[in-house]
Design a protein around this ligand. Sequence first.
Ligand SMILES: [Zn+2]
Length: 85
Amino acid sequence: MIQICHWDEIPKFRSIIEFNKFNSWISSQIEKGNAEEILTDETYHGLEKRRIKCLDCNTTWILVSPDPGYFPGFWKTEESVTDNR
Ligand SMILES: [Zn+2]
């Protein structure tokens, strides 16, 4: 059975401010023990990439930083990132 994570995807960040807020929020989730960072040296086409696991349901999420003016960044499940490749 596939469990759906209670976190929502953000297909595009509308601004660097929105991204920074989200990045701080997810970091606070890691500090509280709701999520775990899986350290990676990987980038997403040269952009910073964080891999974060939800400890409620074990879904792995990918956070890619925006490249202002070129790419909005995103927050998506690892599964959906792989499907869209
Ligand atoms: Zn979850």
